[in-house]
Ligand binder design. Structure first.
Ligand code: URA
Length: 499
């Protein structure tokens, strides 16, 4: 058997790997006949010369495979190149292979991709920049990070988008990334002592962290899994963790003992606020708190794989203090049942935590929250997403989509696809159930309901572990609004066109 040796430019050389793999697969070269090497790892070995690639038209790798390879190829596992080639090779005879989760190669590649996605998430959460003095020049920032996988090239653009106007470098043992304000370049690896240790920003970080630390929410195990101890050494705030944990119980007792009367008052004429259930209920970041009965926090397990985000609490939610308990919630429950999702396993929340409405006689008419409301509430949503760290977020309606993605994402154009937020989390956009309740014609209801179920299914499949899901074709399930109406549940009040 003739052996083919491929030498890649680096451990994360997706372009080089894909170019070689697509030609080898087109020429029908068996996976066992291909040897994958990385230039810097093999430079000193004999026999790591690349073989000429077959002169054939390369195969086209499907998008789902490319998405998988983009992540899995950055894993530290030495077998990843061979594994992915085996998959590409087998895909030629079995185009539906990627949806077979029981297949050993498919599931192994998915695990690698998931590990890499998690490592990237940790990097976006735990990189801390320190200022370095550069006389007469704009300040520059340097961060040290030790990723588990080869994620630097893939993840550096995230920091460029976030800090485009700064000059910074991220140093890791295997490579470094540099942004000079206009171009992103990559260089050699560095050592821990190449990155500075302390600066004036550190004091700011420490004050900030001590202030946002909420003793009532302290769960030490959860904190350690979210912020693994191995990252602590590079986080300035880690120095505070032990004393803050020690003092947490006493601070929580003080919070509980503080009478509600000492907290800011409600507006006149509204129901008294329920006993505050934590910091959210004391939020005064926008004027909505003055009209609403209470803030409605998200609910569900904090290790849920699927997070569903709505717009804002409605009338019933405002009174009960729980999300999705009114008519829209009942429609959502029906959809969850049809797709086979147990509501107790998902985390449900809203982009805005207070009810925005207009009093009309005895009624309170829903009003779409403004951009300013969504903006003011975004730290709460971010905190929920960071704590739960779901595999996928289903954003229901345009307001939720904007809040989650940080950009406009009209539902009609965005739904049915897997999108990504700024931190590369997977996001599926769909209709808001309240919008479904307001549809009038039978045909509109049928189509929108089928789309809603398909989007929910897509999110569910991702949460269950398959990154290769595609929306299902239009579903013939009937719209359940009529059944809800029969039980005395009608559509929500008009006035929420933005959903
Ligand atoms: N609509 C939402 O967006 N959220 C709720 O909690 C209820 C209705």
């Amino acid at each position: 058997m003739t052996r083919h040796s491929v030498v890649l430019g680096g451990p994360d050389d997706l372009g080089g790997w894909l170019a070689a793999a697509a030609r080898l697969a087109a020429a029908g070269i068996a996976p066992e006949a291909v040897e994958w090497n990385v230039r810097e790892e093999t430079a000193s070995l004999f026999g790591a010369e690349p073989s000429p690639l077959p002169a054939v038209e390369p195969v086209a790798a499907p998008q789902a495979f490319r998405d998988l390879a983009r992540l899995a190829l950055c894993h530290g596992d030495r077998e990843r190149f061979a594994l992915l080639y085996r998959l590409l090779f087998r895909l030629q005879a079995t185009p539906g292979l990627l949806s077979n989760r029981a297949d050993g190669d498919v599931s192994r590649a998915q695990i690698l991709a998931k590990n890499v996605a998690r490592d990237r998430h940790k990097m976006t959460a735990f990189v801390r920049f320190r200022e370095v003095a550069r006389e007469g020049e704009v300040p520059a920032f340097v961060a040290w990070f030790e990723p588990e996988h080869h994620i630097l090239r893939l993840t550096a653009p995230f920091f460029v988008r976030r800090f485009a106007s700064q000059v910074f470098s991220i140093l890791t043992p295997a490579g470094s990334a540099h942004w000079d304000g206009t171009a992103l370049t990559f260089g050699r690896g560095a050592a821990r002592h190449d990155a500075p240790d302390g600066d004036r920003l550190e004091a700011l970080w420490l004050t900030y962290y001590a202030n946002i630390f909420n003793p009532a929410r302290l769960k030490v195990d959860m904190m350690k899994s979210e912020m693994p101890v191995k990252y602590w050494k590079n986080l300035p705030e880690a120095a505070l963790i032990t004393p803050l944990i020690r003092d947490a119980r006493a601070r929580m007792q003080t919070m509980i003992a503080t009478p509600a009367a000492t907290r800011p008052a409600r507006g006149p004429g509204y129901a008294p606020i329920a006993e505050p259930a934590g910091d959210l209920s004391a939020c005064r970041a926008c004027p909505l708190h003055a009209m609403a009965t209470q803030a409605v926090p998200g609910s569900g397990p904090d290790d849920a794989r699927l997070m569903i985000v709505g717009e804002q609490p409605g009338d019933r939610e405002d009174l009960e203090g729980k999300p999705f308990v009114g008519p829209a919630g009942q429609l959502l429950d029906e959809a969850l049942r049809r797709v086979g999702i147990d509501r107790n396993t998902i985390y449900l929340t809203n982009a805005v935590k207070h009810f925005h409405f207009e009093p009309r006689g005895k009624h309170r008419l829903h009003k779409t929250p403004t951009r300013a409301h969504v903006q003011a509430c975004s730290p709460w949503l971010r905190a929920e997403i960071t704590t739960v760290e779901p595999d996928v977020i289903l954003a229901m309606g345009a307001t939720a989509a904007r809040a989650v993605l940080g950009r406009e994402a009209p539902v009609r154009a965005s739904r049915g696809h897997v999108l990504h937020d700024a931190e590369h989390r997977r996001v599926v956009v769909t209709w808001h159930p309240a919008a479904l309740l307001r549809l009038t014609t039978r045909e509109e209801k049928r189509v929108a309901w089928a789309e809603f179920l398909a989007d929910l299914r897509l999110a569910h499949e991702i949460a269950e572990g398959s990154p290769f899901t595609s929306p299902e074709p239009t579903n013939p399930d009937g719209h359940p609004a009529d059944a809800l109406a029969a039980r005395g549940i009608s559509g929500l009040p008009a006035g929420s066109a933005g959903r």
